[in-house]
Design a protein around this ligand. Structure first.
Ligand SMILES: NC(=O)c1ccc[n+]([C@@H]2O[C@H](COP(=O)([O-])OP(=O)(O)OC[C@H]3O[C@@H](n4cnc5c(N)ncnc54)[C@H](O)[C@@H]3O)[C@@H](O)[C@H]2O)c1
Length: 260
């Protein structure tokens, strides 16, 4: 996949990792559709991309809504002719880290929203993108999961962790689409990244609590954008999961075979 002249949609790209990824793809020559539920943030990202000399358009909407997600992808195809790259980046965390703010104390409406955005949003986006990409001969889908979704240890935000584990498993399960439809679905698991999402957590806790949970050095959003580019441009990668921890190059998980 050549990013130059590609048509890319990045969900939740009004902020943080999504904005850095949209900027990077535009800098590498893609035309980028900037989706965000917050239209003002999306417009600001388009402004930044255009200031860089790139091409972008706003596609506001809620990824957790099936019809809404279908419309976003239809609009990208209508405006730019096709869809080559989808980055399913939009995601939310249930709240802070105090026991009252997470499962099981958190009321269902709040944690259901996490499932809706982080899981249903990725599934809707993937399904509608595959329909569009089939028409143009193939494409690449990158899902932004999290290290929170890896392993079987405890986590302070259980619904967030479960939602990201679902994204990891979903991505790996779709590996055969690479051969069958020429659509490669891959996944990236960032650890702590310095974005507004993390800054909101920082503002909600004491300095002592922050020191206890956060690393002293965080990943920058641009480093995750680099990883997205690697996953897009390496045609050998399908159904693969990158763990954004430790020294670079960041490792890919080895696919497992299910028991017979
Ligand atoms: N920051 C981290 O440390 C970190 C670590 C691992 C994974 N992630 C994941 O990376 C992704 C981006 O996170 P970020 O840190 O850049 O967060 P962020 O809060 O800075 O940006 C997320 C953007 O998504 C948008 N959004 C939220 N719900 C949406 C919806 N339903 N439809 C469309 N847009 C929506 C928000 O308005 C916001 O602009 C998320 O999936 C997050 O879970 C982040």
């Amino acid at each position: 996949m050549n990013i130059k002249h590609a048509i890319a949609l990045v969900t939740g790209s009004g902020s943080g990792i999504g904005r850095a990824t949209a900027r990077r793809l535009a800098r590498d020559g893609a035309t980028v559709a900037v989706n965000d539920i917050d239209e003002g943030l999306a417009l600001e990202s388009v402004r930044v991309i255009e200031q860089d000399g790139g091409r972008a358009g706003v596609m506001p909407g809620d990824v957790a809504n099936d019809d809404g997600m279908r419309k976003i992808i239809d609009d990208v195809c209508a405006s730019f002719g096709r869809l080559d790259i989808l980055v399913n980046n939009a995601g939310i965390v249930e709240a802070g880290i105090t026991p009252r703010e997470v499962f099981p104390e958190l009321e269902p409406a709040r944690w259901l929203r996490v499932v809706d955005v982080n899981v249903r949003g990725v599934l809707f986006g993937t399904q509608h993108a595959i329909a569009a990409m089939r028409n143009s001969g193939g494409g690449v889908i990158i899902n932004i999961a999290s290290m929170a979704g890896i392993g079987v240890g405890p986590h302070p935000a259980p619904v967030y962790a479960a939602s990201k584990a679902a994204v990891v498993r979903f991505t790996a399960a779709l590996a055969p689409l690479g051969r069958r439809l020429n659509i490669r679905v891959n996944c990236i698991c960032p650890d702590w990244v310095d974005t507004p999402m993390v800054q909101r957590t920082r503002a909600a806790v004491s300095a002592e609590e922050w020191r206890a949970i956060a690393p002293s050095v965080m990943t920058q959003p641009e480093e995750i954008a680099d990883a997205v580019v690697t996953m897009i441009t390496d045609d050998s990668l399908a159904g693969r999961v990158m763990l954004c921890v430790g020294p670079k190059p960041w490792p890919l998980m080895e696919p497992t075979k299910p028991p017979k």
